[in-house]
Design a protein around this ligand. Structure first.
Ligand code: ATP
Ligand code: MG
Length: 509
């Protein structure tokens, strides 16, 4: 019997359907303090209501047929009312002269939780792929809509009667562009400009704005633990994350409360990593955002990161806030967890990998150059007709000489047939056949002086690895307007740097 008592597996014996013996692992599993808490109690009382019929049937088979019943998963109820997922086998047993059954019960809640996390992450992956695909194609369409209305606006005089309508089209397209950007953020397909950041500085700089957002009924407390390390992330995106969480917290506290923002160092050991899918052991910086608001039930909690999931009234929420947060955190190689119960507030925890390097010096913000024309020759490569035509019209109207190709192979043929100089290659990144980067590499080998400008709706490809734009690569995000295209073209043409593409192997993410 000592063997049974010391077993790490929970073991019990029942006679007449009541606990007759429990080992100490069973006492612990049930949240009891001693065997007497359980002895004499009907076994079915501790079985979750959903599983009572099947457990009852199994007990009948044990008692009447003297069968050993196979392993199944059940849910049990601990003495404190909490549930625990278990795996159980049972067989007939005679205990102190009375017929009954013996059972071995194993706690599988850790495995269940991992399975849940896996299902959750597969779901997010699938939704992300869908959202990213839609956003990518949508960006090409928007580039057309914005670009052409921009051209028409330039052509229309100040008192043209259609001006107001054109401006409406343009504004609607801009709003659609903002929406696609959020979808891209969620699907981790946006361009991040990562730098080494001191989150304490980011939060301090942001806190005035946060106070304004939350209003006077909510107290904001920021805790920046001394010695908090640095992270590598896109500052604008991290600000977006903190803003979205703050707005949600405010909405969860309609009659006031407390909002705490805390950062500090955390190290994941391997046991934490084992319990949390995709969390590698190592040093992290934790950003914790805690509110004292209405909280969430488990059902709501399991959907919050999905795009367009919202519990808010129409026009109050789009349901994109947390999916954007999720995308940014994942793309920054971090993790996000939520802890929440109805009526008990909510804590979001974001872990970003801690880095040892010093903070990057502030990057000089490039001056917005006035719209400039030019007379250079540009090789334009884009498979999407509408975008290509738009770029050509915008460039030609402003003095440039444009050569077109719909794909890489065609561009190389144009180049070979040509005797004059091409000053700049403007190329899409994702194209059928040769991609933009391969094309750029081939062309710069033939013509090292040519400048290169990439354009893309997203950049899940050779130019951008893991979402981080390679330093020094000129890049134009779709959708773009004629104005932003022309400015970017001028900027690249006038820059001193040659347009050479660094070999892929030398690229560090
Ligand atoms: N701090 C919180 N407390 C309680 N519920 C929250 C909290 N944060 C998010 N939620 C729940 O998660 C849902 C989704 O949040 P999300 O930020 O993605 O969208 P939204 O706030 O509804 O709309 P949007 O952010 O696009 O304006 C919310 O509608 C709300 O039900
Ligand atoms: Mg929100």
């Amino acid at each position: 019997m000592l063997l049974v008592e010391l077993s790490p597996e929970a073991i019990f014996i029942q006679t007449d359907g009541r606990f007759a013996f429990v080992n100490s692992a069973m006492v612990k599993l049930m949240g009891a303090s001693r065997p007497a808490d359980l002895l004499g109690m009907p076994v079915l009382d501790r079985v979750h209501a959903d599983f009572r019929p099947i457990v009852q049937e199994r007990m009948r088979r044990i008692h009447e047929n003297k069968e050993t019943v196979p392993l199944i998963e059940e849910r049990w109820v601990r003495l404190d009312g909490g549930c625990v997922d278990v795996e159980k086998t049972a067989s007939p047993f005679i205990y102190m002269g009375r017929e009954g059954g013996q059972a071995v019960v194993r706690d599988i809640s850790a495995r269940k939780s991992l399975e849940d996390q896996l299902r959750q992450s597969q779901k997010m992956e699938a939704v992300g792929r869908l959202a990213g695909g839609v956003a990518h194609d949508f960006n090409n369409l928007l580039t057309g809509i914005m670009g052409y209305s921009d051209l028409l606006l330039q052509r229309a005089g100040a008192d043209d009667p259609t001006r107001g309508d054109l401006e409406e089209i343009y504004r609607a397209a801009e709003r659609a562009g903002a929406l696609t950007r959020q979808l891209l953020a969620f699907s981790r397909k946006q361009v991040l400009v990562a730098e080494v950041l001191d989150l304490g500085v980011v939060i301090t700089d942001l806190s005035r704005m946060l106070r304004r957002i939350i209003g006077e009924d909510i107290a904001l407390m920021t805790v920046i633990n001394p010695g908090t390390g640095k992270v590598r992330a896109d500052r604008g995106q991290i600000e977006q994350v903190i803003l979205n969480l703050t707005v949600n917290a405010r909405d969860a506290m309609p009659s006031g409360g407390k909002l705490a923002l805390e950062i500090g160092n955390v190290d994941f050991d391997s046991s934490y990593a084992q319990e949390h899918l995709r969390a590698a052991p190592g040093p992290y910086v934790l950003i914790a955002v805690t509110d004292t608001g209405i909280g969430m039930d488990p059902e709501t909690r399991s959907h919050i990161f999905e795009p367009f999931f919202t519990t808010k009234e129409k026009d109050r929420g789009t349901g994109l806030g947390l999916s954007t947060v999720y995308g940014i955190v994942e793309q920054s190689e971090g993790h996000i967890w939520v802890y929440s119960e109805p009526g008990h507030g909510t804590t979001f925890k974001i872990y970003l990998p801690r880095v040892a390097e010093p903070v990057d010096a502030a990057v000089a913000v490039p001056q917005v150059a006035p719209l400039q024309q030019g007379c250079e020759t540009i090789l334009l490569v884009e498979d999407e007709d509408m975008v290509r035509k738009l770029a050509r019209v915008a460039l030609e109207t402003n003095g440039y000489h444009v050569l077109e190709a719909t794909r890489g192979e065609e561009a190389l043929a144009v180049l070979r047939a040509l005797s004059g100089t091409i000053h700049l290659l403007l190329t899409d990144v994702v194209m059928p056949g040769m991609n933009g980067r391969e094309l750029a590499e081939k062309i710069s080998a033939m013509n090292p002086k040519m400048k290169i400008l990439f354009m893309s709706g997203y950049t899940d490809d050779a130019v951008v690895r893991r979402g981080v734009l390679i330093e020094g690569t000129a890049f134009l995000q779709k959708p773009f307007t004629a104005g932003s295209l022309l400015r970017k073209i001028r900027e690249v043409l006038d820059s001193a740097a040659a347009g050479s593409v660094r070999p892929a192997a030398a690229v560090s993410p």
